[in-house]
Design a protein around this ligand. Structure first.
Ligand code: ZN
Ligand code: ZN
Length: 386
């Protein structure tokens, strides 16, 4: 019997934020990710709380979490409380990171919680995280009517691509992924010989044809010059996992003598995260890394995420904002699609339209004789039958 598949983006369609995708495989109801926007906007569950879908979110059978970024996991606490029959799956590292990521951003929430609200929210979040079932990479998980396998996605530690196989269909949800190694991850990795007929692809740069890879490595020289001249720098990353990545790059730079060896102070959330991850065998910390408790003498580096502010009050300290993309470039997205040449490419999680010609990726690939894919730029709330 042919598998019946329906797909509805509830958030994270042609936008970055609140990634949550409903997938119905015959009678099985699946959610891929459960993110929120940075302003706290939740996915639009109302789109599926109607015929022919669900009467309540209690009918969701399984939730697969690709990685621990807020736009993919921010609504976990709510969903875990209403999807009472759902198995929630993630890799062990993603499960370990979720609490840090959510509380880090929760602290910057536009509507601060009272102590009591915060305590209750912490208990609910803790319960939700404990309910997550962990699954390693490349192990087929048998579920009713289909199997699910996680593959390494690169991007950040613990990130997974989700491969769903039925007897007649092979669907890949990439989540956020990267094609190049980063300081903390290898590139994405799918075993040889695996094929997909549908790829739901997170294409942050799908509408940015001129986007090229630029990382912090370029900035090391200017950081090095200032430190050598006796100044200190506060390296400010937009969020916790990027601060963690910056720490690794700085430590490597000091080990390779591209940077002068000076004390490196970590803001509290970064220090706690890095220490916890050491215990999970992601070793980043070096003897010259210290908790950000006091002001040392002489030049030093401080690393933290935006608005931490520990550097304030030091006249010899420069603030240096650092941001970089952990996503495939436009050219890498093209190569990725051509590598698997699926029948259907569903583009989601796309960034702003830099060209005014939103479908230039599709146009370029369709012009290639090797490409046999049909493209869907999936919109929030639209129903797609696959
Ligand atoms: Zn991400
Ligand atoms: Zn994302």
């Amino acid at each position: 019997m042919k598998t019946r598949i329906r797909f509805v983006p509830l958030g994270g369609g042609q936008e970055i934020g609140a990634s949550c995708y409903f997938l119905q495989i015959n009678e099985e109801n699946i959610l891929l990710d459960c993110g929120k926007t940075l302003k706290g906007g939740a996915p639009r569950y109302s789109c599926i709380l109607q015929a022919p879908f669900l009467e309540s979110l209690g009918q969701i059978n399984h939730i697969f979490i690709s990685h621990s970024h807020y736009d993919h996991v921010g609504d976990l606490e709510y969903l875990a409380s209403v999807c009472t029959r759902a198995g929630i799956y993630a890799t062990p590292i993603t499960k370990a990171l979720i609490g840090y990521m959510l509380w880090d951003l929760g602290g910057a929430s536009p509507s601060p919680l009272t102590d009591r609200q915060r305590e209750h929210a912490e208990i609910r979040l803790d319960k939700a995280i404990r309910s997550i079932i962990t699954e390693g990479y490349c192990r087929a998980l048998p579920l009713p009517g289909y199997t699910v396998t996680f593959y390494e996605a690169g991007h950040i530690p613990g990130a997974a691509m989700v491969h769903i196989q039925t007897p007649d269909r092979s669907i890949l949800y990439t989540g956020d992924f990267s094609c190049r190694p980063s300081a903390l991850t290898a590139p994405y990795s799918v075993p040889e010989g695996v094929h997909f007929d549908t790829i739901i692809i997170c294409g942050v740069h799908a509408k940015h044809p001129s986007h090229t890879a630029a990382g912090i490595h370029r900035e090391l020289r200017s950081i090095s010059k200032r430190v050598a001249a006796g100044y200190s720098l506060y390296l400010e990353a937009p969020h916790l996992t990027k601060a963690w990545e910056v720490l690794q790059i700085i430590n490597e730079g000091m080990e390779n003598k591209c940077l002068p060896l000076v004390p490196v102070y970590l803001d509290r959330p970064l220090q706690v995260l890095a220490e916890r991850m050491e215990r999970m065998n992601i070793r980043v910390l070096k003897p010259w890394n210290h908790a950000c408790t006091g002001h040392g003498q002489g030049p030093c580096l401080w690393i933290g995420r935006k608005a931490a502010g520990a550097w304030r009050g030091r006249k010899d300290t420069y603030r240096h904002s650092i941001d970089f993309s952990l996503h495939p470039t436009y050219e890498e997205l093209k190569r990725f699609i051509l590598t698997y040449n699926p029948k259907t490419v569903i583009l989601v999680h796309t960034g702003y339209d830099a060209t005014g010609a939103a479908n230039c990726l599709e146009a370029e690939l369709m012009a290639s004789a090797a490409c046999r894919s049909q493209f869907i730029y999936a919109e929030n709330g639209e129903i797609y039958t696959l």
